[in-house]
Design a protein around this ligand. Structure first.
Ligand code: ADP
Length: 342
């Protein structure tokens, strides 16, 4: 970490990538421990209670929202609350054969969680349709034209899908989820509660003002709050007396290059590129190439927060940096900007 300016929160993430046990231990295990998302929790409580009373599996559930808001955590909580088993797969890498083996191994009521479900391959998705409706699996026996389709009955299970991009799901697939829930960015108050709870779990002493400052800079995202806490704890251990005071937190945030809106060097590079290279308006492809970043990461991980901040709008002619973004980054707003923008 010799170069201060290169230490972005992106790098902070990688610093803690091996820290899965920490992430695991901080994960709320029940709806009661899960902070915020009140509407989502209320709906889940009702569906869980009803399914329990009827002694049935829950309907299939689609969880929608940007990364780090708690979709995986909620999927696990659903299985905890239902006292059922939990199996997990990642959309992009699931093949029909993996799916068949996962499905045939499910016990009644089990939760099958598929992350990034919008990335599931078309033919795998289609093979899920009868499964989601009738709890049967069409298995081809043999090969070529003489192959026979055998219908294998499955246990009644609950498919929980998580997606950052609901719009990329085929209509018939989306419609097969009886319950669709949208997660929102958290308020600073909600994040502060989690920072406090987690610093207790981690045995870290933290001042209230430091909690507040860190909550404001966590981009409304619990995963970022947890990573900030872990990194600032390290900073406090090495540079201070292990206590996270407001002074130490502010120093550490400055050190990691995180500004008052939670933006880091990478975010600033995004807007500098958009404004300087593309005069404030660019197509996703061109922008991603200029940033040497994957298009999907740009649009699914970074941009939703810029839109929420009012820094970015998506128009038919490209992404546009708003006057608020120009102002925050110290650029003058182009005179004809409003006109070109709307
Ligand atoms: P997603 O699947 O949406 O990317 P995760 O479920 O992996 O997000 O959540 C990221 C981290 O944030 C988890 O380790 C979890 O501890 C924490 N987290 C998420 N939502 C909450 C919440 N509402 N309350 C407390 N911690 C949360």
């Amino acid at each position: 970490m010799e170069n201060h300016h290169e230490t972005t929160s992106k790098q902070m993430e990688s610093l803690n990538e091996g820290d899965e046990s920490l992430e695991y231990s901080l994960r709320p295990q029940s709806l009661r421990e899960f902070i915020g998302q009140e509407k989502v929790k209320e709906q889940l409580r009702i569906h869980i209670e009803a399914a329990k009373q009827r002694q049935e599996a829950l309907e299939h559930i689609l969880l929608v929202g940007p990364p780090g808001l708690g979709k995986t955590t909620l999927a696990k909580i659903i299985s905890n609350e239902m006292s059922s088993g939990f199996k997990q797969g990642i959309g992009a890498v699931i093949e029909r054969i993996d799916l068949a083996s996962m499905l045939t191994n499910l016990e009644p009521g089990d939760v099958l969680f598929i992350d990034e479900i919008h990335r599931i391959k078309g033919h795998v998705q289609e093979s899920l349709y009868p499964t989601m409706e009738d709890y049967t699996l069409d298995l081809p026996i043999g090969q070529g034209p003489s192959a026979e389709i055998v219908q294998v009955p499955l246990s009644r299970f609950t498919l929980v899908g998580a997606t950052t991009r609901e719009g990329l799901l085929a209509g018939p697939f989306r419609d097969r989820f009886g319950i669709r829930l949208h997660l929102e960015y958290y308020t600073p108050n909600e994040i502060q509660i989690v920072i406090r709870t987690n610093s207790e779990k981690m045995n870290v002493q933290i001042d209230e003002e430091a909690e507040k400052e860190m909550s404001r800079r966590s981009r409304g995202t619990m995963r970022i709050a947890n990573k900030l806490l872990a990194n600032i704890r390290d900073y406090a251990t090495v540079k201070g007396d292990s206590i996270i005071s407001l002074e130490i937190a502010a120093e550490a945030l400055e050190f990691y290059g995180i500004d008052e809106l939670g933006l880091d060097d990478w975010d600033r590079l995004y807007f500098r590129t958009l404004i300087e290279k593309f005069k404030g308006r660019a197509g996703l492809k061109a922008l991603a190439i200029a940033l040497t970043e994957d298009e999907r990461t740009v649009s699914e991980v970074y941009e939703p927060y810029y839109i929420k901040l009012g820094f970015l709008t998506l128009t038919p002619t490209g992404r546009v940096a708003t006057d608020v973004a120009h102002g925050h980054l110290g650029y003058e707003v182009p005179q004809d900007f409003q006109r070109t923008f709307f």
